[in-house]
Design a protein around this ligand. Structure first.
Ligand SMILES: CC(=O)N[C@H]1[C@@H](OP(=O)(O)OP(=O)(O)OC[C@H]2O[C@@H](n3ccc(=O)[nH]c3=O)[C@H](O)[C@@H]2O)O[C@H](CO)[C@@H](O)[C@@H]1O[C@H](C)C(=O)N[C@@H](C)C(=O)N[C@H](CCC(=O)O)C(=O)O
Ligand SMILES: Nc1ncnc2c1ncn2[C@@H]1O[C@H](COP(=O)(O)OP(=O)(O)OP(=O)(O)O)[C@@H](O)[C@H]1O
Ligand SMILES: N[C@H](CCC[C@H](N)C(=O)O)C(=O)O
Ligand SMILES: [Mg+2]
Length: 486
């Protein structure tokens, strides 16, 4: 595509008299430049992409998009916001690939990864080739690719969509983080369905207030369509038991499908029966009353299943097919995953790293624990500090044996993170073991028949981030070794 054609998507009212080179690719990293690339300078949290513009030209860039003018040998197009320009240009350059996909976005504090996997299963069982974008990986027709973010930057995202389209994917399910919404990473995504799980405290380091956090998530619903679209229909699938839903209903012009347990909703779960291996409930919906059986446990899992049933219905899949798919789901890696090495106590690895998810996970464990409940929990460094005392308090309130340890300390001092956690504890005994491996070994040694150990916070993660180092660490592996060495 010619430069002038490409930038006409940004500023259609302007004409350009300068050079008009052929653009071979769009890049925001000087290290990925090929001959003829358009380099977009992004001001990052660590470095400023504008400082790499000269290098990008040396490497073959044919033009530059920047927030300030620079004296370079190739055309420099100045824009007010280069992140926004990147979203517009990536979408245009790659032929608006998200329009070729049936695109479902999921936002909310907890449950996005789980719900996206449930929806992917429902859609792929209906015979479609699927794609998935989220915290654990990008998956294209079953093949997994490594990721850095839950929701990638707009350029990476559009490239993934293009690859999906090229490989014959027709339906894509993606997690949409509040950071992504706030930064405009999803500008240019043509969503068909937007799903909301819940809103509880997290990421206040970034959003500062719960109101700002709620509004960031609301962008997914306001961007879903400002005109009523019936063909194809656009749907907002919303949790009626969460207060924030009221404002998302006001924000969207899409069709609304609500779900809930405690409040009346289009899809409501009643008579929830739980055992330690599964859950059954009655689903009341416009299609009648159906029994839903699943291998997942916890009230929060019922919400996740209801959200995915909503997305399935909005996609046009029959309720019977959806219920059949749900029954087969065995769970998502690192979410309430049991570690079984023949021991006579239970070990569960879970990704609960927010106050609400920790409370949910521990209340679920308590329902089935016959004796003591150990919880091994830490809090991530360079993340919301105000959740630390809250998580510690919840660990003490909902377990008999809380053990505070390190999660991913990142650039912070692990002992300071533990001190922040301790602020939340009043009178309840707890143990401090900063080394995560030691903490797991301690609990495994102390546990007796019928006890439960919940290892919270890192779920599927196979690393620990300490300072600048990435160390291999997998809670499931460590727990297994500890049990085998007992
Ligand atoms: C704080 C944050 O959001 N950082 C994101 C950001 O990185 P950054 O700002 O540090 O980038 P940078 O290193 O300063 O580089 C700036 C620019 O210079 C360019 N550059 C850099 C070096 C060079 O040699 N040449 C060059 O051109 C870079 O390509 C970039 O365009 O841009 C990167 C590329 O898009 C992201 O991967 C990265 O996410 C990091 C990994 C991160 O941890 N983000 C978290 C806060 C986040 O976004 N989380 C959410 C929510 C998670 C959830 O709750 O599920 C998410 O969606 O992941
Ligand atoms: N609907 C829910 N409500 C509350 N807690 C939940 C819910 N679903 C899952 N959880 C808890 O939250 C943890 C994380 O779940 P999941 O990975 O699905 O969420 P996520 O929103 O993708 O998280 P992240 O923002 O880190 O990507 C789970 O391990 C579980 O403890
Ligand atoms: N997506 C979340 C994951 C947190 C996982 C937890 N293990 C931590 O490192 O805090 C984040 O980046 O805030
Ligand atoms: Mg996730």
């Amino acid at each position: 595509m010619k430069l002038h054609t490409l930038i006409s998507y940004l500023q259609p009212y302007k004409t350009y008299s300068g050079d008009n080179p052929d653009i071979s690719s769009i890049e925001n990293d000087s290290r990925n430049i090929q001959k003829g690339s358009l380099f977009i300078c992004i001001k990052g949290y660590n470095v400023d992409g504008h400082d790499y513009a000269g290098l990008a030209v040396q490497n073959g860039a044919a033009a530059i998009i920047a927030e300030k003018d620079m004296n370079l040998t190739v055309p420099v197009i100045v824009v007010p916001d280069s992140k926004r320009a990147m979203a517009v240009l990536a979408d245009a350059f790659l032929g608006q690939p998200s329009r070729e996909l049936h695109l479902i976005g999921i936002t909310g504090t907890n449950g996005k990864t789980t719900i996206s996997h449930l929806i992917e299963k429902i859609i792929s069982d209906s015979g479609k080739k699927t794609g998935l974008i989220g915290t654990m990986y990008t998956k294209i027709d079953g093949k997994e690719y490594e990721v850095k973010n839950t929701t990638p930057d707009s350029l990476t995202l559009q490239k993934i969509f293009k690859q999906m389209v090229d490989e014959g994917v027709s339906s894509t399910v993606m997690e949409v983080s509040s950071h992504a919404l706030d930064e405009g990473r999803i500008h240019g995504c043509d969503f068909n369905i937007a799903v909301f799980s819940n809103l509880t405290q997290d990421h206040l380091d970034y959003h500062k207030t719960m109101e700002a956090y709620k509004n960031a998530k609301g962008l997914l619903f306001s961007q879903l369509g400002s005109c009523f679209s019936h063909n194809p229909p656009k749907f907002a699938v919303l949790n009626n038991d969460d207060e924030a839903t009221k404002s998302y209903i006001r924000a969207t012009a899409a069709h609304i499908l609500t779900y809930g347990i405690d409040h009346k909703a289009d899809l409501q779960a009643k008579n929830i029966q739980m055992t330690s291996t599964g859950t059954t409930f009655e689903l009341i919906s416009p299609f009648g009353v159906h029994t839903v059986s699943m291998q997942l446990i916890g009230k929060f899992s019922v919400y996740n299943v209801l959200a995915s049933i909503g997305a399935g219905i909005a996609t046009g899949i029959s309720i019977e097919e959806i219920i059949h798919s749900i029954k087969e789901v065995q769970g998502v890696s690192g979410r309430f995953e049991t570690v079984d090495a023949g021991q006579d106590f239970s070990v569960i690895v879970d990704y609960s790293h927010t106050p609400d998810s920790l409370k949910n996970a521990l209340s679920t464990v308590k329902q089935f624990a016959k004796k003591r409940v150990f919880v091994i929990v830490g809090c991530g460094g360079d993340r919301d500090r105000s959740k630390r005392p809250l998580m510690a308090e919840i660990a003490c309130r909902f377990s008999s044996d809380p053990i505070f340890t390190s999660d991913n300390p990142r650039s912070e001092d692990p002992n300071q993170i533990l001190k922040d956690m301790e602020e939340g504890v009043q009178g309840h005994p707890y143990k401090l073991i900063a080394d995560r491996k030691e903490a797991i070994y301690y609990a495994v040694k102390a546990a007796n028949e019928g006890d439960v150990i919940l290892i919270a916070g890192k779920g599927h993660e196979t690393y620990q981030l300490i300072g600048n180092q990435i160390i291999h660490f997998d809670d499931r592996e460590v727990a297994k070794e500890a049990i085998e060495g007992r």
